[in-house]
Design a protein around this ligand. Structure first.
Ligand code: AP5
Ligand code: MG
Ligand code: ZN
Length: 218
C-alpha cells in the first residue's frame, strides 16, 4: 500500500478523530492523536500524565517542547513507517516548523494537510454530546452518531462508555479560544507551502470522509 503522511487540522469537535479513525481503517495507516496519547498518559498516572493533567483539564495547550519531543518519538516508531494521520499536531506555528525540520531530516514528505472547517457555533453541541467506547475508543454522539444498538459499541461490542473531562462547556470555550488564537494561523502557513486542502466539515460524517478521500486519492 502507498505510504501516506497526512495532517488533519480542525477546531475542537471538528471531527478530526472521527475522520482519522475511518482513514486508519481504509488506508492502513495509523492515527496519531496527541490528545489520545496525553489522555492515556493521564490515566496511566505516568510522569508525563501528571505534568499535563491540569493544562488539559483547563482547556489550554501543553508546551511546544513537550509536544515536539513526544511526536518525534512516535514518528520514529515502527508503526509509523507505513504512514500516519496526525490528529491534533501541529497546533502552533513553532510545532509546525519543528515538524518540517524533523520530516526533512528523516526524508519524509507530507502528502496532504487537510483543514476540516466547521463554524464555531456548532462545536459546543458536538462536544457536549460526545462519548466514546471505553474499550476500543470508537467515538459516538448523543444526536449525530449513536451506536446501531443502544448501549453496545458497533466496533467491539463493548458496553462501557466514557465522556472526556475537558468536554464541559466552560472548558470547551477555552479550547476554542486556543484554537482560534494559536492553531488557526497554521491554515495560512500550510496554504503558502501549497499543500492545504479545505473540506467542509459541516456535512454528514460519511460525506466528509468522501471529500477527504477525494483529496488523498487525487
Ligand atoms: P484533542 O484531543 O486533540 O482535542 P481537540 O483538538 O479539542 O479535538 P477533539 O478531540 O475535541 O475533537 P475532534 O476534532 O477529534 O472531533 P471528534 O471527531 O471527536 O486535544 C485535547 C487537549 O490535549 C488539548 O486541549 C491540549 O490541552 C492537549 N493537546 C493535544 N495536542 C496538543 C498539541 N499538539 N499541542 C499542545 N497541546 C495539545 O467529533 C466530535 C463529536 O462530533 C463526536 O461526538 C462525533 O461523533 C461528532 N461528529 C464528528 N463529525 C461530525 C459530523 N460531520 N456531523 C455531526 N457530528 C459529527
Ligand atoms: Mg479528537
Ligand atoms: Zn468499542
Amino acid at each position: 500500500m502507498k505510504v501516506r503522511r497526512i495532517i488533519l487540522i480542525g477546531p475542537p469537535g471538528g471531527g478530526k478523530g472521527t475522520q482519522a479513525k475511518q482513514l486508519e481503517a481504509d488506508y492502513g495507516i495509523i492515527q496519531l492523536s496527541t490528545g489520545d496519547i496525553l489522555r492515556e498518559a493521564i490515566s496511566s498516572g505516568s510522569e508525563l500524565g501528571e505534568k499535563v493533567k491540569g493544562t488539559i483539564e483547563g482547556g489550554n495547550l501543553v508546551s511546544d517542547e513537550v509536544m515536539i519531543g513526544l511526536i518525534k518519538e512516535r514518528l520514529l516508531a515502527n508503526d509509523s513507517r507505513s504512514g500516519f494521520i496526525l490528529d491534533g499536531f501541529p497546533r502552533t506555528i513553532s510545532q509546525a516548523k519543528a515538524l518540517n525540520v524533523f520530516l526533512a531530516e528523516n526524508e519524509m514528505d507530507l502528502d496532504a494537510v487537510i483543514e476540516i472547517n466547521v463554524p464555531d457555533e456548532l462545536l459546543i453541541e458536538r462536544i457536549t454530546g460526545r462519548f466514546s467506547c471505553s474499550n476500543c475508543g470508537q467515538g459516538y454522539h448523543d444526536t449525530f452518531n449513536m451506536p446501531k444498538v443502544e448501549g453496545i459499541c458497533n466496533e467491539c461490542g463493548g458496553t462501557d462508555f466514557a465522556r472526556r473531562k475537558d468536554d464541559k462547556e466552560e472548558t470547551v470555550k477555552n479550547r476554542l479560544l486556543a484554537y482560534n488564537e494559536q492553531t488557526s494561523p497554521l491554515i495560512s502557513f500550510y496554504s503558502k507551502i501549497g499543500i492545504l486542502s479545505v473540506i467542509d466539515g459541516n456535512q454528514d460524517i460519511k460525506l466528509v470522509t468522501k471529500c477527504i478521500k477525494e483529496v488523498l486519492d487525487a
